[in-house]
Design a protein around this ligand. Structure first.
Ligand code: ADP
Length: 865
């Protein structure tokens, strides 16, 4: 058929046959047998298979249409190989089947398919291959059917194999079963044999048993010891022999066939029923060597000791059906053993007691021999002690005799003097004769009143009495003497602790006490002197640069409490520092310290002090300590300053009238030859005025010194004060500027030194003129106040500042108003005060700034008669 086709194709003789060949659902293509395998023609099925429907692919190379991706490289190579083979060898080639997964139309998944290619060469006119007709066959169905067949074949094979295995197993089981059946048959035979043997044995046993029971009965009954058989749970007494009923004081007939507990209800609370139950329940025999047994005998309750054994009896099923009781009456045996034990016990106790007594005896013996030894030792010790005692007494006596203090030993019972040494005799100032064979208070009666009670207390309490520097009067050699004694009443105790004697040890410390008292007195006097002088003291430790100061020192330095060395140094006025340092340096050399210096108090006020001290040096002449005093000399310095001021004022005051006197005298000298010169009387008057002034000043000065020396003698007389006041101060009245107005009692008289009182009033009035020049009225007032008369001079001048008032009557004090340069010595009021004081009166001033001043004094009115 192929050849025919090829022939047709080659000769193109029948196009219709060619069309028939192509008009099929099998994809077909004609390729040129050139190297590109150019597509010559194809059918519709081919175009569908190659997705080229509607395209003209004629003239294109097969490799342009063929998609190697779908059949893979291997497939492509196989196709090339097959095409080439068909073309070159000019033979038809069947390519082996290949597998191709057709993609689904919707793009989801693929459908398996298998294909096969048939390539038929179509020769040209030269006989060589010109075209290749390639037909593609879908062999999917064939392949799938083949696979299904293969699968069925495989399952069948497996089934066959499994069947063979099961067959083998069944054969093995079969074998086992047949051998088991054989064994079972053998065992059955065996069982038959055993059964028959057993049956014959049972019949033998039954016979033997009936024999045994009758022999058991005769055995029990003939036994020489108590035996019994109890049956069932009721413990019915089946058999009981004579010895057994004897045990209970019963008869065989009385008990046989009756339950045990009925025969012996009294054992209910005894251990027997318990043991019986135990044997019955456990099937194990039980016995006791010795058990007390209480029962009711015909004579009343009785006690026996028994030994027993309960043996269980079993029935054919192995159940306990009764108990064989074997017992023995061991009462006698137990009683005699108890007796024996008791006697053993008694014997042992006796032995123990004897051995205890023996031990005690041995101990006592040992103690005795030890005491004996001790006694021997004590005796030896005692002898030694006596010897020692004698020696110590001798030593004691010589100690007393030689002691540097007074010692007297007194017997406690009667206070007799037992021993006394010379020092004691000397202390109390008595000869030995007055002390021997006497009681202490007979010998020293002057001390009895104070010290007998003390000594009694020492004897009763046993506690020593120690007296320090007791002051007492002793009659020494007949003369009473005041002495200071240190002494001790020392109780001497015996072995029992009671006081058997008193040892009085005394020493005369009068000298010590007196000198100490003297020193204390001196110290006290010094202290008082220092205090009175308001002297502060200090102790400067130069090495440690520390200082100890007295209270007065601290007060002088303006400290609240004790000041340190630094505080002291810092108190010095800075301007005086160099001076005080130099003074100290000098003192360290010379040993004497003395200098005045200024201090500045914390409040800024300035104070003068005088430091006086002594410097102490060590062996190397190094200053180590200064002991010194400090004195507040502020007031002294102030007075000194005042005095200096006064001297300069006084000189100045004196110089003015002296200069004018000198000038007047020189002028008079010049005109002495011309007595008619007109200036003479004026010059004389001027001289006399100057003289008066000088004489007043000198009077004042004299008055002061007189006052000081207490020379101002009073020349008292009784005078009328108003008269004295009216006559005084003529110089002021003469000036005509001032009006002296009298006030008060015209009649009042006083007994006083009229001249001096006049001087006081003049001084007051002069001051009013001097210091209150604008007060043209000056009042003089006299009034009686109680037993005093008060005289006052009042002005309405500038007054006096309150702080100055207390000083007005001081010597040299001048209130010193800077604006008013008024001359004066500051003595007038001082002298006035002195005069009034001597009269026993008072002086004072009432003044306020801008309100004038009232100077006043009082005089006593007594002695007016
Ligand atoms: P002097 O010699 O200075 O007057 P006095 O002792 O008499 O001394 O007076 C002391 C001071 O008292 C005076 O310096 C003056 O300042 C003050 N003084 C005395 N009298 C008066 C007065 N009437 N009014 C004001 N000051 C007076």
């Amino acid at each position: 058929m192929i050849n025919t086709f090829l022939f047709l194709l080659m000769h193109r003789t029948s196009i219709s046959i060619f069309n028939t060949l192509f008009n099929t659902e099998v994809p077909r293509i004609i390729l040129k047998a050139d190297p590109d395998f150019t597509i010559q023609d194809y059918n519709e099925a081919y175009q569908i298979a190659t997705y080229t429907a509607g395209k003209d692919i004629r003239g294109k190379s097969l490799w342009e249409i063929y998609d190697p991706k779908e059949s893979g490289v291997e497939g492509t190579n196989l196709l090339l190989e097959a095409l080439t083979k068909a073309a070159t060898e000019n033979i038809a080639v069947f390519m082996p089947p290949f597998h191709y997964d057709i993609p689904a139309a919707d793009g989801n998944g693929t459908t398996k398919s298998w294909w096969q290619l048939e390539i038929i060469p179509i020769p040209g006119e030269d006989g060589a291959t010109e075209f290749l007709l390639t037909t593609t066959y879908n062999i999917t169905e064939t392949v799938l059917n083949k696979e299904a067949l293969e699968q069925v074949t495989l399952s069948e094979q497996q089934l066959n194999e499994e069947l063979a295995t099961s067959n083998e197993e069944l054969a093995a089981i079969n074998e086992e079963l047949s051998s088991t059946i054989e064994e079972l048959t053998a065992a059955q035979d065996n069982l038959f044999q055993i059964n028959s043997k057993l049956e014959s044995r049972v019949s033998e046993r039954t016979k033997a048993l009936s024999d045994t029971e009758s022999s058991l009965r005769s055995l029990v009954m003939s036994a020489h010891y108590p035996l019994m058989i109890l049956r069932g749970r009721e413990w019915v007494i089946e058999i009981a022999n004579q010895p057994l009923v004897n045990l209970w004081d019963k008869t065989i007939t009385g008990v046989t066939g009756r339950p045990l507990m009925e025969i012996l209800p009294e054992i209910e609370d005894q251990p027997f029923p318990g043991f019986l139950r135990q044997v019955y329940d456990s099937g194990v025999g039980y016995g006791q060597e010795e058990q007390i047994f209480h029962y009711n005998s015909p004579d009343g309750p009785a006690t026996k000791y028994v030994s027993f054994y309960y043996d269980p009896m079993f029935d054919n099923e192995g159940q306990v059906c009764g108990i064989i009781v074997a017992a023995d009456d061991i009462t006698e045996k137990v009683r005699s053993r108890q007796l024996l034990e008791q006697s053993y016990k008694d014997q042992k106790e006796l032995n123990d007691r004897i051995s205890t007594i023996n031990e005690e005896l041995a101990a006592t013996n040992e103690e005795l021999s030890a005491s004996n030894e001790e006694l021997v030792d004590s005796k030896r010790e005692l002898e030694l002690n006596i010897q020692n005692l004698a020696e110590s007494e001798a030593r004691f006596r010589s100690l007393i005799t030689q002691a540097p203090v007074g010692i007297c030993v007194i017997r406690a019972s009667d206070l007799m003097i037992m021993d006394v040494n010379n020092n004691y005799l000397e202390l109390v100032g008595k000869p030995i004769g007055e002390m021997q064979s006497r009681t202490i208070w007979e010998a020293v009666p002057e001390a009895a009143a104070n010290y007998a009670p003390v000594m009694n207390t020492v004897i009763t309490t046993g506690e020593a009495f120690i007296a320090n520097e007791h002051e007492l009067t002793l009659i020494r050699n007949g003369v009473p003497e005041r002495v200071f004694i240190d002494f001790v009443y020392e109780p001497v105790k015996d072995a029992s602790g009671s006081v058997n004697s008193i040892m009085v040890v005394g020493i005369d410390v009068s000298d010590k006490v007196l000198s100490r008292k003297n020193i204390a007195d001196i110290e006290e006097r010094i202290r008082l002197a220092v205090e009175a002088a308001e002297i502060g003291t200090f102790d400067h430790d130069i090495i440690n640069d520390s200082i100890v100061t007295s209270e007065r020192f601290d007060a002088i330095f303006g400290f609240d409490g004790p000041g340190s060395r630094n505080d002291v140094l810092n108190s010095f006025h800075p301007d005086d520092k160099a001076m005080s340092d130099a003074a100290r340096e000098e003192a360290y050399r010379s040993g004497k310290m003395y200098y005045d210096t200024r201090l500045i108090y914390p409040d800024g006020s300035i104070h003068w002090v005088r430091i006086n001290g002594r410097v102490y040096h060590d062996e190397d002449e190094k200053p180590v300590r200064v002991l010194g005093t400090v004195l507040d000399i502020t007031e002294f310095k102030r007075l000194q300053q005042q005095k200096d001021d006064f001297i300069s004022i006084a000189s100045h005051e004196l110089r003015t009238p002296l200069t004018s006197l000198k000038a007047s005298l020189q002028l008079l000298e010049r005109v002495k030859d011309k007595p008619q010169a007109t200036m003479v009387p004026r010059l004389i008057e001027q001289s006399s005025r100057s003289m008066n002034k000088i004489s007043d000043l000198v009077d004042d000065l004299l008055n002061v010194s007189h006052m000081n020396e207490g020379q101002a003698k009073l020349n008292k007389s009784l005078f009328t004060i108003s008269t004295m006041l009216n006559d005084c101060c003529t110089h002021v009245r003469a000036m005509g500027n001032y009006n002296l107005i009298f006030e008060g009692d015209h009649e009042l008289k006083v007994f006083a030194d009229e001249h001096r009182i006049d001087q006081v009033v003049v001084n007051f009035v002069n001051n009013a003129v001097k210091y209150a020049p604008d007060s043209l009225e000056i009042y003089l007032k006299v009034e009686k106040r109680g037993d005093m008369v008060r005289i006052e001079v009042r002005d309405s001048g500038p007054g006096i500042p309150a702080e100055k008032i207390p000083h007005l009557f001081d010597r040299y004090y001048r209130a010193g108003n800077a604006e008013l340069q008024i001359s004066g010595l500051g003595l007038g009021l001082y002298i006035s005060a002195e005069i009034i004081k001597r009269h026993g009166g008072e002086i004072g001033v009432d003044s306020e700034l801008g309100r004038g001043s009232t100077f006043w004094f009082t005089l006593p009115l007594e002695g007016n008669d």
